[in-house]
Design a protein around this ligand. Structure first.
Ligand SMILES: O=P(O)(O)OC[C@H]1O[C@H](O)[C@H](O)[C@@H](O)[C@@H]1O
Length: 549
């Protein structure tokens, strides 16, 4: 990668945006809508099944043009093309960034170090499909000959959040006679609660770890193996029928005692947080079946192609990325809310937290220089209607600028209660009402006209002017999930490209891991406490006392 010649905030395109922001001042969305009766239909994009409305953003045609100028000046398209070509754009780890190859069609050619990686991707997908069918049909049996009915995925971070999220999203597509659990936390309570009602003879553990060195996962996997062998009263040869591994590290997998014949491979050019459409998705594939899994991959690919080829004015990930840059830099927005109006998306925002915050939570640029502009926001949110009765107060009337994404669907997922009460229209009426209230608010005059006592007018006034994106699709299908995830992946990419940071490393998680290794013997044996700072040493002592040591 060539070092960028001019720092971001010294580029003329950046300065132009700053001036434009001053001119925009406190212009209200009410004014922008009044000035352009077509705004609500003009500021929209259709990408695959996703309809995006960005009309309720604090932008004009000029803002969008200036933002696109910034994207051009910062070389977003060039970096995008380098990513798709398999160049090593993750410079601090000297790796290609090719999650897009995981959903490329069979006949695509994508080379890393001169080798086409697509055949290997499809070979693993085919093996996953054959294995999934064996579990789904009951052909694969446990050590005692009983059919597998429980699947427990053990992994953390990218080896947990993706499959756990997607399993929830696509729950209505899952095979009902199988039980799925996802264990991540090194707190033994997580595994304990996951297995306490399971019969080990019918349980398959999927150990998901890119590196196969992650202490939480290896610890949980070891406990799971002990639980299985102890409860089945069998020897280690039972492991082969009850444990499979998803990893890039065959040596460590076989060191753990899992036959590499039961390992599903992926590669170092797949980042952990970009991996659930790789072998890491095995639990999901077992749950929804290979055909649905492939539909999901096609959804990813559709948005990959859109991102790669759509012109800047119609490029959805580019637009969403630019809007985030705009609010971070020129409105001092610190956070970004993702508010799905679908219960199935209950883990969606947690998934996006890793995708976005681990990718763009950086404070040095690609050349190691400190940045003096905002990088990735705090991403947060839960399903919308629940949030309305909890934290939406702060979004409506607090002092912070919180851009938000609202995600909703026209058709409900089939329900046992369908047709009894029109619940879905009520859900979606809330969805539309919230973005309307956030954008347009309620003026003091409107409040007074309702006869509200003067001393309460200020309290009942809604300033409005809170920016939102609305993403609407017909139905939450596997393909639509793939489309949504790819949309956010590429949005994060665009922002990292503009901010000139490496969105694909995660050095910030290392220090805590190293320190935990040093602290553990202090807690267990009381040794080495003198090397700790006085706060941590006192806390460790307090812990030991409470623990009765
Ligand atoms: O899949 P693994 O190698 O076990 O890694 C699991 C997770 O832990 C790491 O510490 C990283 O922060 C994550 O990016 C990764 O997804």
């Amino acid at each position: 990668m060539n070092a960028r010649q001019t720092r971001l905030n010294q580029m003329p395109e950046w300065t132009a945006l700053g001036k434009h922001r001053e001119q925009l001042g406190g212009t209200h969305l009410r004014e922008l809508f009044a000035a352009d009766p077509e705004r609500g239909s003009r500021y929209t994009l259709q990408v695959g099944d996703l309809y995006l409305d960005h009309s309720k953003h604090l932008v004009t045609d000029e803002t969008l043009a200036l933002l696109r100028d910034l994207a051009a000046a910062t070389g977003v398209a060039g970096l995008r093309d380098a990513m798709f070509r398999g160049e090593k754009i993750n410079t601090t780890e000297d790796r290609a960034v090719l999650h897009t190859a995981l959903r490329a069609p069979r006949d695509a050619v994508i080379e890393v170090d001169g080798e086409n990686v697509v055949p290997a991707v499809h070979a693993v997908l085919d093996r996953m499909a054959a294995f999934s069918e064996k579990i789904r049909s009951g052909e694969w049996t446990g050590h005692t000959g009983r059919r597998i009915r429980n699947i427990v995925n053990i992994g953390i971070g990218g080896s947990d959040l993706g499959p756990a999220m997607a399993y929830e999203v696509l729950r209505s597509y899952t095979q009902r006679d199988l039980t799925f659990r996802f264990v991540s936390n090194v707190d033994g309570a997580d595994l304990h609660e996951a297995v306490r009602d399971l019969d080990p003879a019918e349980t398959l553990f999927i150990i998901a770890s890119k590196t196969f060195t992650t202490i939480e996962t290896i610890t949980n996997a070891t406990s799971a193996r002990d639980w299985l062998l102890t409860n089945l009263r069998v020897g280690p040869d039972a492991v082969a029928k009850h444990f499979v591994a998803l990893s890039t590290n065959a040596e460590k997998v076989s060191g753990f005692g899992i036959d590499t014949a039961n390992m599903f491979e992926f590669w170092d050019w797949v980042g952990g947080r970009y991996s659930y459409d790789s072998a890491i998705g095995l639990s999901l594939m077992i749950a929804i079946g290979p055909d649905r899994f492939r539909e999901m991959l096609d959804g990813f690919h559709l948005v990959d192609e859109h991102f790669r080829t759509a012109p800047a004015e119609a490029n959805a990930p580019l637009l969403l990325g630019l809007l985030g840059v705009w609010y971070g830099a020129f409105f001092d927005a610190q956070s970004h809310a993702v508010l799905p109006y679908s219960h199935y998306l209950s883990k969606f925002t947690a998934y996006l937290q890793q995708l976005d915050m681990e990718s763009n939570g950086k404070s040095v640029d690609r050349d190691g220089n400190p940045v003096d502009w905002q990088t990735g926001p705090v991403v947060w949110g839960t399903p919308g209607t629940n949030g309305q009765h909890a934290y939406y107060q702060l979004i409506h009337q607090g002092t912070k600028v919180i851009p938000a994404d609202f995600i909703g669907f026209a058709k409900p997922v089939p329900s046992l209660l369908a047709g009894l009460v029109p619940q879905h229209d009520l859900l979606m009426a809330n969805f539309f009402a919230q973005t309307q209230a956030l954008a347009f608010g309620k003026t003091p005059e409107e409040v007074r006209a309702e006869g509200v006592a003067e001393e309460l007018v200020a309290h009942k006034t809604f300033k409005g002017n809170h920016p939102t994106t609305t993403i609407l699709a017909e139905e939450l299908t596997p393909s639509v999930l793939g489309q949504l995830i790819a949309l956010y992946e590429h949005k994060v990419f665009v922002q990292g490209a503009i901010w000139n940071i490496d969105s694909f490393d995660q050095w910030g998680v290392e220090l805590g891991k190293v320190l935990a290794k040093k602290i553990e013997p202090v807690l267990t044996d009381g040794k080495g406490g003198e090397q700790l700072d006085s706060s941590t040493a006192t806390l460790a002592g307090k812990y030991r006392t409470l623990r009765g040591r």
